[in-house]
Design a protein around this ligand. Structure first.
Ligand code: SIN
Length: 476
């Protein structure tokens, strides 16, 4: 932590004494402690934010835009420190962490602008004595729970549209990665965003925070990024007060290589998609399907690249893959590999056993489609490959899952590109691209991968109500 340039920022985040301790997944050393709130305090936060929201929504969109742009600028000015914090508490390599800071900041800039374009509409009336129009209004207090795998970007992807729309925003970051969350919130305050408009809370128990966010009637919108299992429960809790929800849940992304693909390009995309954040993103390629004619070529080229990847401390510049987030995560991944191998899967790259919280990249072939490693979300650097012959059979396998977040395929045939993109039951499809997330395009899944969109113009709509106004008794 002594490497951070802006020690004042760090000092504003850490507390002495009892609170949530934060550890480095690289060596499990203690990084520091942040404040924890009890349930009553979080309920009071929501009430404060309800008052703050009323004043915030009255500000012209252009003024909210200026606050957000200042926040964006402060994040970029502190990007090295924020990247360092991300690497220290989440483990991802520093170059990726810096990419996350810029990616996270891009949502603030985008929504600062987009908030100024929250247009309503006029509707042709059937009679001359009426004018019909719609106006866009902020939903109210928005609450969010964000995950550890993107300690900064998932906060800004939810918080920036909320603030731009005129909502207030309260967020619980993961207990594993609250340092970045508190640091980025401190920068928002320095940008002038009021404390009764934006608040970051870590609860004495995650369950208590979830209860306040989902049951409190003053919270009008709830947004969650995390597993389908937890999202399902939270969505049910939100039903009690009919809250609007956005759920960014689990994925099981197929990565398909057709026989007309550019194989070198596909290998590059596979590495980028699979090993981003050590495979711990919900849009990471999860299972690979490779067509007969290019199967051997793809695997040979892929293995040559995988075996070059360097696993190590995220702070080391040459590291490609950092530690996984917890000891439990590592055990789950090793169990998945063992289970698949027990059913005939073979590892085709170097088999390396690593100490600590590291999992070596693992390429498995002859994997059966019904194994947990194919049916569930791996969330780690394991790459199971299945051979296929026909496109129809392939689409059926790709869609044979409860998930529908992201899918990727490689092909040079324009007819096939349109057909397959159309037939994949996913919210996002990458064609000849392995990493497709950007602030300007809608991120979100279908089926049990969730509902709602983040980023893009759709991301703002999640925090806006459309009010219909009918002005009658007019003369024309
Ligand atoms: C996620 O894994 O939840 C987000 C990944 C992304 O934004 O690309």
């Amino acid at each position: 932590m002594e490497q951070l340039k802006n020690q004042t920022l760090l000092a504003s985040v850490l507390i002495d004494g009892k609170g949530q301790q934060v550890f480095n997944p690289f060596d499990n050393s203690l990084l520091g402690t942040v404040a924890m709130s009890c349930q009553a305090k979080i309920e009071q936060d929501v009430l404060d934010l309800e008052i703050g929201q009323k004043a915030w929504q009255k500000k012209p969109a252009a003024e909210r835009c200026r606050f957000l742009k200042k926040w964006h600028q402060l994040i970029l000015e502190n990007e090295d420190d924020l990247a360092m914090l991300i690497t220290l508490e989440c483990g991802k390599p520093l170059k990726e962490a810096l990419g996350e800071v810029r990616y996270g900041a891009s949502f603030i800039e985008w929504f600062a602008e987009e908030g100024r374009r929250a247009y309503g509409s006029t509707i042709p009336s059937a009679t001359n004595d009426r004018t019909l129009l719609t106006v866009k209004q902020a939903v109210g207090v928005a609450a969010a729970i964000t995950p550890w795998n993107f300690p900064l970007a998932m906060i800004t992807r939810k918080g920036a549209p909320a603030l731009a729309a005129g909502c207030s925003f309260i967020c619980k970051p993961s207990e594993l990665t609250p340092l970045t969350a508190f640091a980025v919130t401190e920068l928002a305050y320095q940008a002038g965003i009021p404390k009764d408009v934006l608040r970051m809370v870590v609860g004495e128990s995650a369950h208590d925070v979830g209860e306040v966010f989902t049951y409190h009637s003053s919270v009008r919108k709830f947004s969650f990024t995390g597993s389908t299992l937890v999202g399902r429960k939270l969505q049910m809790q939100c039903a009690s007060t009919i809250k609007r929800t956005s759920m960014e849940l689990g994925g099981n992304a197929p990565f398909i290589v057709f026989d007309d693909a550019d194989i070198d390009h596909a290998v590059k995309g596979a590495i980028a998609s699979k090993f981003r954040n050590a495979g711990q993103t919900c849009v990471c390629a999860n299972r690979f399907y490779v067509q007969d004619a290019v199967y051997d070529e793809f695997i040979d080229k892929l293995v040559a690249e995988v075996d070059k990847l360097k696993v190590g401390n995220g702070l080391d510049e040459s590291t490609d893959i950092g530690p996984v987030i917890t000891k439990e995560a590592k055990k789950r991944l090793l169990d998945l590999i063992e289970e698949a191998k027990g059913r005939g899967a073979k590892q085709v790259n170097k088999d390396v056993q690593l100490e600590g919280q590291f999992v070596a990249p693992t390429v498995l072939v002859d994997v059966e489609h019904d194994r947990p490693i194919v049916q569930g979300e791996i969330f780690g650097p394991i790459l199971p490959i299945i051979r296929f012959e026909h496109e129809d059979e392939m689409i059926a396998m790709a869609n044979d899952t409860i998930y529908g977040l992201a899918a990727y395929f490689y092909s040079q045939d324009m007819n096939r590109i349109w057909r397959v993109a159309h037939n994949l039951e996913y919210g996002m499809v990458g064609v000849n691209e392995g990493v497709i997330s950007t602030e300007v395009a809608p991120f979100g899944g279908v089926k049990q991968s969730g509902n709602g969109k983040e980023g893009a113009k759709e991301g703002l709509e999640e925090y806006l109500e459309t009010k219909y106004v009918c002005i009658g008794g007019l003369e024309r």
